[in-house]
Design a protein around this ligand. Structure first.
Ligand code: ADP
Ligand code: MG
Length: 341
C-alpha cells in the first residue's frame, strides 16, 4: 500500500529509526516517541535550555516536487543552524507535520534525510504531531529544537559591541545563485548547520546570528539588537568591504567566465538567503584565536569588517579605497534579499 495512516506512521517511527544511534534513548530518565509527552533527562546545574522553531511551507519555502530527502534534511538543518548561532549543543527535536496524505516512499525518504542529520548531530527526534490537511491545502513541516548552553554563555544578537570585528563562516552567494539558475547544489539542498563552530565561538564571540535571509538583513538584526539593548541611544554602523566577501565557488566561477559582473556576484553574497553560515562579532583581541579556529574546523572564517559608532547607522558597504559601491550593486542591496511578507 502506498499510503500510511497516521498511526501506522507513528508506529513506524517507534520501530526505531528515530532512536537508532542516539545516546538519548539509552538514558534511563529519557522518554521519546510514544507517550503523551517526551521526557528530557535533567540538565547540569549550570546549564539552560535553548529553544528554536522553524517552519517550512509547501509552495512558499519549497516546491511540491522537490527531493523529499533534501527537504527532510533542510527542515532540521535550518533549526540546528539557529542552535549553532546561539552556541548551543543540540539535545532533541520534535516534528509537526500537516500532510495531505502520507505517501510511503516519499515520507521514508523525507525521514531518511532528516534522521541522518539527526544522528550526525546527536539530536534525536523525541515527538511531534501528525495532522491531515485538506486535499487542496499546502503541506507544512514545523520543527522545534531543544539545545543546551552553559548559563550566561549563549551567543546573543544583542552582545555586539562598538569596535568589534565582523566575521562570516564558509562562503556566500551560491545558494541564491543555484536557486535562481535551477542548479543542484549542496549549499542549497543540504546546508550544514555550523554547530561545532557555534560551540567553538562560546567565550570568543560577542554576538552571532545565522544567515538565513541574507548578510545585509542579518547585519541589520545584529545592529538593531545591540541598539535596543544599549542603556543610552547609540548609533552603530557596520563597515564592510564588499570586494573582500568570501564568494562561493559557483558564483566565483560564473564571475570568472563573465556570466556575472563583480557587482552581481557581490550582490548575491550580500542579499542571498538560505546560507546557514554564521555571521559573528568579536573583539579585535580575539583575532588570533579565531584565525586558529578556522583550520581546526576545516572551515573558512573571514573577517569582513567592523562595527563603529557613527552618525549614520546601518551598514556602510565600501571598497578598499573607501569608495561607495557601484550603483548596480547599491540597487541590489536596496531591493534587498528574500522577504517573507
Ligand atoms: P496525542 O493524541 O497525545 O497528541 P499523538 O497520537 O499525536 O498523541 O502522538 C502519539 C505519539 O507519537 C506522541 O509521542 C507524539 O509525540 C508522537 N508523534 C506524533 N507525530 C509525530 C511526528 N510527526 N514526529 C514524531 N513523533 C510524532
Ligand atoms: Mg498529537
Amino acid at each position: 500500500m502506498a499510503n500510511l495512516g497516521e498511526f501506522e506512521f507513528i508506529a513506524q517511527l517507534l520501530q526505531g529509526p528515530a532512536a537508532e544511534g542516539q545516546p538519548f534513548y539509552r538514558h534511563p530518565l529519557a522518554l521519546g516517541i510514544g507517550d503523551d509527552a517526551a521526557l528530557i533527562p535533567p540538565l547540569g546545574p549550570q546549564e539552560q535550555l535553548a529553544v528554536a522553531s522553524d517552519m517550512l511551507i509547501e509552495g512558499r519555502h519549497y516546491l511540491a516536487d522537490c527531493d523529499p530527502r533534501s527537504l527532510g534534511h533542510k527542515v532540521l538543518a535550518v533549526n540546528l543552524s539557529d542552535l549553532a548561532a546561539m552556541g548551543a549543543r543540540p539535545l532533541a527535536f520534535t516534528l509537526s507535520a500537516g500532510l495531505r496524505e502520507i505517501r510511503r516512499p516519499w515520507i521514508e525518504s523525507f525521514l531518511d534525510g532528516m534522521l541522518s542529520l539527526a544522528r550526525e548531530s546527536q539530536c534525536p527526534l523525541v515527538g511531534g504531531d501528525t495532522t491531515a490537511v485538506g486535499a487542496q491545502a499546502s503541506e507544512v513541516f514545523s520543527v522545534t529544537v531543544l539545545g543546551v548552553v552553559r548559563v550566561g554563555t549563549a551567543l546573543r544578537r544583542d552582545g555586539l559591541q562598538p569596535g568589534d570585528d565582523l566575521w562570516v563562516s564558509g562562503h556566500l552567494g551560491d545558494a541564491a545563485f543555484a536557486l535562481n539558475q535551477g542548479i543542484d547544489d549542496s549549499k542549497l539542498n543540504a546546508p550544514q548547520p555550523r554547530l561545532v563552530l557555534g560551540l567553538g565561538l562560546v567565550g570568543l564571540a560577542s554576538a552571532a546570528i545565522d544567515i538565513s535571509d541574507g548578510l545585509q538583513s542579518e547585519l541589520m538584526h545584529l545592529l538593531n539588537a545591540a541598539q535596543r539593548r544599549a542603556a543610552q541611544p547609540q548609533c552603530l554602523q557596520a563597515n564592510v568591504n564588499w570586494q573582500e566577501l568570501p564568494l562561493g565557488p559557483l558564483i566565483r566561477q560564473a564571475a570568472l567566465a563573465g556570466r556575472l559582473t563583480p557587482s552581481q556576484a557581490a550582490g548575491l553574497a550580500i542579499t542571498g538567503g538560505d546560507e546557514y553560515e554564521l555571521l559573528f562579532a568579536a573583539a579585535p583581541r580575539e583575532r588570533a584565536r579565531i584565525e586558529a579556529l578556522g583550520p581546526q574546523l576545516g572551515l573558512a572564517l573571514t573577517r569582513i569588517g567592523s562595527v563603529e559608532f557613527s552618525d549614520t547607522p546601518g551598514v556602510r558597504w565600501r571598497d578598499a579605497a573607501e569608495a561607495q559601491p557601484p550603483e548596480s550593486l547599491q540597487d541590489m542591496i536596496t531591493r534587498g534579499g528574500f522577504r517573507h511578507f
